[in-house]
Design a protein around this ligand. Structure first.
Ligand code: PMP
Length: 465
């Protein structure tokens, strides 16, 4: 393919309706065109090489340009590109299901293959409803989620997503979703200790279950680290205590590991290895294939599966699934990506590199524009605020408009300097390919440091601060 740049922009503006399209900009967008990628780098239309800070979108675990991935995909596509998963079976999905059952914590031994993260979350939520119907408790359907949560873009996933931006303009209230306050320690009231904050957020969950009635609450859904909500790392002990509350009240715990799975936090899954919990269901996607092809999975505890199968099934079938559940080519990609992560010991690599990445990230706090930095494993975020504007008491919407632009400004400077970041309003988030090396982490954070300084200088000039 070799369309001229002007043609690509024209098609982009006239034909492609992008995810999260900001509609006022349609017709005059000048998005960067990415033409190829290699290792941890992508190359734009000017041939500029950029470190891929967000790692695609939290998914590019093994890095770009892996010939053996292309070969595994081609081999499966030639041998058998598709198979009806409802009534037939084959090697790639069965082998992948067995592999995921082996890697998963606890008794999560049943694997439902989906097309991505949203469909994995949908599958989990539908399973919770199905399960409670089959068990003769049809009222146990409410789902508890949290502010800033992101659980996908299917309608059901969106009902448990706690980001206003993703809910506005949609009639999305089913009456079955409930949102607990943010668990972001940076947002706790001045003077409140971390321990008191943690206690309060844990109490929120128990209080909500008691308020609704445990016989009405089907599940609590939580990302171990809230990723697109702003890399929110909960206070120590929070998740484990929430999990214990769920067990005490017979509420299922869904860990949405779409971002935290497959090595992002140095383990196949973060739930047990990092947070000491054994969820009843785990959803995953993204790093499952390292982003080479779309695929997701819901992992389900064998205990739950047994409760609704065999003689307990009461004549029911789980009426849910996708044409592309267990797509053989996607499964072949996942198997190869997992093989590479194992062979190259990338989980160990992440665990060894993470302290350096986090130390460099937190060092950015010395810049006045930086309000907070947070991260874990190989995921991180910088939050910026124009403090003099905040302190000046500037009107909320004006300040919001300003801060919303901060990420974009930093992104522009980063791009000039050779780094791609993912701006989310006043945040820049990072989840670089897991294959990134120590000197490349330094390069990435040097560029970010310089880009934030440039943004700060620019603001000082503009605002006379
Ligand atoms: N859950 C989480 C935690 C996610 O971060 C995402 C995607 N960013 C999803 C679900 C949805 O995944 P997908 O975009 O593959 O449907």
């Amino acid at each position: 393919m070799s369309d001229p740049i002007g043609q690509i922009h024209e098609h982009d503006n006239q034909a492609w309706f992008h995810p999260w399209e900001y509609l006022p900009d349609v017709g005059h967008n000048q998005r960067s065109i990415i033409q190829r990628a290699e290792g941890i780098h992508v190359f734009d239309e000017h041939g500029q090489r950029l470190i891929d800070g967000p790692g695609g979108m939290w998914c590019m675990q093994i890095g770009y340009g892996r010939k053996e991935m292309a070969e595994a995909i081609a081999e499966q596509a030639l041998r058998m590109p598709y198979m009806n998963p409802f009534s037939l079976t084959s090697e790639a999905p069965t082998r992948l299901a067995a592999k995921l059952a082996e890697l998963a914590p606890g008794d999560l031994k049943r694997v439902f293959l989906t097309t991505g993260g949203s469909t994995a979350v949908d599958t989990a939520l539908r399973f919770v409803h199905f399960y409670n119907n089959l068990k003769g408790r049809p009222g146990k359907k409410h789902i508890i989620s949290r502010e800033h949560a992101y659980h996908g873009s299917t309608y059901l996933g969106a009902t448990v997503t706690g980001k206003d931006r993703d809910r506005n303009w949609f009639d999305i209230n089913t009456g079955l979703s409930h949102f607990l306050p943010s668990v972001n320690p940076a947002g706790r009231p001045a003077g409140m200790s971390l321990q008191a904050f943690c206690d309060a957020r844990v109490a929120d969950l128990e209080n909500k279950i008691l308020e609704l009635g445990a016989d009405k609450v089907g599940a609590f859904i939580a990302e171990p680290i809230q990723a697109s909500g702003g890399v929110i790392v909960p206070p120590e002990g929070y998740l484990k205590r929430c999990w214990e509350i769920c067990r005490r009240h017979d509420v299922l715990f869904i860990a949405d590991e779409v971002v935290t799975g497959f090595g992002r936090l140095g383990h196949w899954f973060a739930s047990e290895a990092v947070f000491g919990i054994q969820p009843d269901l785990i959803t995953c996607a993204k790093g499952l294939t390292s982003g080479y092809l779309p695929l997701g999975a819901m992992l389900l505890s064998e205990r739950l599966f047994q409760e609704v199968s065999g003689s307990n099934a009461n004549g029911a079938s789980f009426g849910h699934g996708f044409t592309y559940s267990g797509h053989p080519v996607c499964c072949a990609a996942a198997l190869k990506s997992i093989e590479i992560i194992e062979r190259e010991q990338l989980l160990q690599h992440v665990r060894a590199l993470s302290p350096h990445f986090l130390e460099r990230l937190h060092a950015l706090r010395e810049i006045p524009l930086v309000f907070d930095t947070r991260g874990m494993g190989l995921v991180g975020c910088v939050e910026c605020r124009v403090r003099p504007l905040v302190e000046s008491g500037m009107d909320g919407s004006e300040l919001y408009a300003f801060e919303t632009e901060l990420g974009m400004r930093i992104d522009r400077h980063c791009h000039e300097l050779g780094l791609m970041v993912r701006p989310l309003t006043n945040l820049c988030v990072f989840s670089p390919p897991l294959v990134i090396q120590r000197d490349e982490v330094d390069q990435m954070l040097d560029i970010l440091h310089e880009a934030i300084l440039r943004t700060q200088r620019e603001l000082e000039l503009e605002l006379g601060l």
